[in-house]
Design a protein around this ligand. Structure first.
Ligand code: PMP
Length: 361
């Protein structure tokens, strides 16, 4: 068996150890004579699996006691509408920070339910940097402030956590950066993240929310979108994606074995800095993002000669370096280097990039 290095932005690489363990347990989980996929979600076995995943996640991120952890469905996209329906309450507006494609999608969806004020945007600077704290012009009456800490497509990342005024709750789309390094959950009132990057397989969406925010939902909210209902039912109001939940638990165990988020954060910092250094030192490759806002997880880069892109991708593929094509909306290349992408994969990519440049440019 040869496993390639997978730089996909999501669904992304999973740790090989996790896949091997899942294979081992596939037909007969812990001597029970059945697969996790075949268990009732109400069984003691699955409830145990679900609870263990939650407690590991809580431990990895030091989630404070007054926050609920929810394992939901519908991906991060569904949260774009769930957030306003759950948090607008009696308020009529919310503040959003615009840093690219994903935060924009969140704005558009939320605007179906309330008045959305884009309080800062770097669109006129091609989203090459994030707005600074002093550029954020908050509204006093906003229900919440929403931002995306890492724009997966643009490769743009906040290097600070915005501080709101008057205790207005802060909501963060952390889909593509959660678990990549330590965070202080208490700085946020709600965090959400699609699973298919640093958490596990697609099909799950993680929500971490302050319990005190669970009484704000609008009365017309669909039951399946209510965080309150999810919290009251331990995220099992309906049948959850059991296998994705189980596999995420295995990823959390693996992450703990790596030394947790502090240890993986050091590896991630090293991976990102050597890849950006290789890009900056070359004549062929370029990344336009302000250095402080360069994403650790998603590294987009262009080729000075766009005519070489096809050959780059073809030869990378043949070398076992997969999924380097940039998002269809921006073109170029993108290497997503999440937790499960080993440092050796980044080294191999850098070697390939050097060799390719030497050969063609
Ligand atoms: N937000 C961000 C930052 C993302 O990267 C993505 C997916 N790539 C989404 C939201 C949407 O996630 P999903 O496909 O799980 O709905």
């Amino acid at each position: 068996m040869t496993r390639a290095y997978n730089f996909c932005a999501g669904p992304a690489a999973l740790p090989e150890e996790v896949l091997l363990q899942a294979r081992e347990e596939m037909l007969d989980w812990h001597g029970k004579g059945l697969s996790v996929m075949e268990m009732s979600h109400r069984s003691d076995e699955f409830v145990g699996i679900a609870q263990e995943a939650e407690s590991l996640l809580r431990e990895l991120l030091s989630v404070p006691q007054d926050y609920k952890v929810l394992f939901l469905q519908g991906g991060a996209n569904l949260q774009f509408s769930s957030v306003p329906l759950n948090l607008l309450g009696s308020h009529s507006s919310a503040d959003y920070i615009d840093t690219g494609i994903w935060s924009n999608k969140a704005v558009k969806e939320a605007a179906r339910y309330g008045k959305i004020d884009v309080i800062a945007s770097t669109a006129d600077q091609h989203y090459h940097r994030v707005p600074q704290q002093q550029e954020l012009k908050f509204n006093k009456d906003a229900a919440y402030v929403h931002y995306c800490s890492n724009e997966t497509i643009g490769g743009l990342e906040f290097d600070y956590v915005p501080v709101t005024e008057n205790g207005v709750p802060l909501v963060c789309d952390m889909s593509s950066t959660i678990l990549s390094r330590p965070i202080d959950v208490a700085q946020y009132d709600m965090i959400y993240a699609g699973a298919q990057k640093n958490i596990g397989p697609a099909g799950l969406c993680l929500v971490i929310i302050k319990e005190s925010l669970l009484d704000r939902e609008v009365s017309s909210i669909p039951t399946m979108m209510s965080y309150r209902v999810a919290a009251e039912n331990d995220s099992m109001y309906n049948t959850p994606p059991t296998f994705a939940w189980y596999l995420s638990g295995l990823v959390f165990q693996w992450l703990k074995r790596q030394g947790g988020v502090a240890a993986i954060g050091e590896v991630n910092a090293r991976k990102a800095s050597k890849l950006y250094a290789a890009i900056d030192e070359s004549r062929l490759y370029a990344n336009p993002i302000a250095v402080a806002n360069r994403s650790w997880m998603n590294v987009p880069f262009t080729l000075a000669d766009t005519g070489l892109e096809k050959a780059f991708l073809k030869e990378a593929d043949a070398a076992g370096l997969l999924n380097l094509k940039g998002h269809r909306s921006v073109g170029g290349m993108r290497a997503s280097i999440y937790n499960a992408v080993p440092e050796a994969a980044v080294d191999a990519l850098i070697d390939f990039m050097h060799a390719f440049e030497k050969k063609y440019y």
